[in-house]
Design a protein around this ligand. Structure first.
Ligand SMILES: O=C(O)CCC(=O)C(=O)O
Length: 293
C-alpha cells in the first residue's frame, strides 16, 4: 500500500483486502536508511560466504528465465557473531511483521526456515514459477473464512535494494493462491505468461508479504545495481515445511538460541497446537512486539 497517510502500525482493512485478493502485500518505507545500511554492511562483511548456484539450476530450461549467472545467496545470519546478527534478529520479530502475521497466519506463527539473502547481478537467471492453489498443498494452503485469513505458508521479504519496473526479481501471478485449475507450463516458465505475471516495484526498506501457495518465482535481473532481498519463511502454528522434528528451539538450533530474548525465541518452536501453554505467543500493535502473559 502506498498511501502516505496510512499507519505502519495496524493492519488496515485495505491491506487485508489486497492480501486476500492478490496473495501479496507490500508495506512501504518500513526500514530507515540506517537500518538498511546495518543489514547491508553485515552482509558485505560475510560476502566470502556467499554461495553461487549453478546457472540453469533455477531457470529450468526456460528461454524467458535464462541468464548468464546463477543466483547468489547467503544464510546463517541469526547465528553470526555480534554485532552482525543483530539487525537480522530484530527483523525476525519486527512489529510490522508480527502485526501482519498475527492477522494473516494466526497467533503462534513460527519461522520455518530462513532468513535467506537473494542477491543478483545483471544477467542473473530467473527462477521457474512454483506454487499454486492446484494441486492442493496442505503445508502452504490458503483459506479464508468469516473474514479471517488462514495463510499457512507466508514469506516476508525485506528489500535491501530497489527493485524498479523491469529490473526483474520477485514475480507473481496475482490471485493464484486461490486458483483451482492447473497452472499452464508456459506460465510457470514465463515463456507465454498470458499477461498474468507481475513484477512488483519495491524500494529499499519496503517489506513484501506473499502467500507461498501463490504461483511465484524470479525474473532474470536486468538492473545495473545488485538485487538484495532477505527472505524469512514463516508458517502458521500447526504447519511445518522444512523442519518438523524438534519442538524446542534448543533441540533444533543448539545453544545460541538461549541468548535470544523470549520474543525472538518464540519463532523457533516446532509445529503443533497442543503445547500445554508453554509456547510464548507474540502480540504486536505494529509499533512494538511483546510476549503475551
Ligand atoms: O524473491 C524471489 O526471487 C522469489 C523467491 C522464491 O521463489 C521463493 O522464495 O520461493
Amino acid at each position: 500500500m502506498n498511501d502516505p497517510n496510512r499507519s505502519l502500525y495496524t493492519v488496515s482493512e485495505e491491506e487485508k483486502y489486497c492480501f486476500d485478493l492478490r496473495g501479496y502485500l507490500i508495506v512501504s518505507n518500513v526500514l530507515c536508511p540506517d537500518e538498511i545500511e546495518a543489514c547491508n554492511a553485515a552482509l558485505d562483511h560475510f560476502s566470502d560466504k556467499i554461495q553461487t548456484l549453478e546457472a540453469g539450476s533455477l531457470s529450468g530450461g526456460s528461454s524467458a528465465l535464462t541468464g548468464s549467472f546463477g543466483r547468489r545467496q547467503l544464510t546463517g545470519m541469526l547465528g553470526w557473531p555480534t554485532p552482525y546478527r543483530k539487525p537480522f534478529r530484530q527483523l525476525l520479530v519486527h512489529p510490522v511483521v508480527v502485526s501482519r502475521l498475527n492477522e494473516f497466519s494466526g497467533k503462534g506463527f513460527r519461522l520455518d526456515h530462513g532468513p535467506l539473502l537473494i542477491k543478483a547481478i545483471k544477467g542473473t537467471e530467473g527462477h521457474r514459477l512454483h506454487g499454486a492453489g492446484e494441486p492442493f498443498s496442505p503445508v502452504v494452503a490458503y483459506h479464508q473464512q468469516n473474514s479471517k485469513i488462514y495463510c499457512r505458508g507466508i514469506t516476508v521479504a525485506w528489500q535491501l535494494a530497489d527493485c524498479g519496473a523491469g529490473d526483474g526479481g520477485f514475480a507473481i501471478v496475482p490471485g493464484s493462491h486461490k486458483s483451482n485449475e492447473p497452472t499452464p507450463n508456459e506460465v510457470r516458465s514465463v515463456e507465454d505468461h498470458l499477461g498474468l505475471v507481475e513484477q512488483p516495484e519495491m524500494k529499499a526498506g519496503d517489506v513484501l508479504f506473499f502467500a507461498e501457495t501463490a504461483t511465484h518465482g524470479t525474473l532474470p535481473w536486468t538492473a545495473d545495481h545488485e538485487r538484495r532481498s532477505l527472505l524469512y519463511k514463516y508458517t502458521s502454528r500447526g504447519t511445518a515445511r522444512a523442519v518438523g522434528k524438534h519442538f524446542t528451539p534448543e533441540s533444533r538450533h543448539g545453544d545460541w538460541i538461549n541468548e535470544l530474548p523470549r520474543e525472538q525465541q518464540a519463532l523457533f518452536y516446532g509445529p503443533g497446537v497442543h503445547h500445554g501453554g508453554q509456547l510464548p505467543i507474540l502480540e504486536s500493535d505494529g509499533e512494538t512486539t511483546w510476549v503475551a502473559d
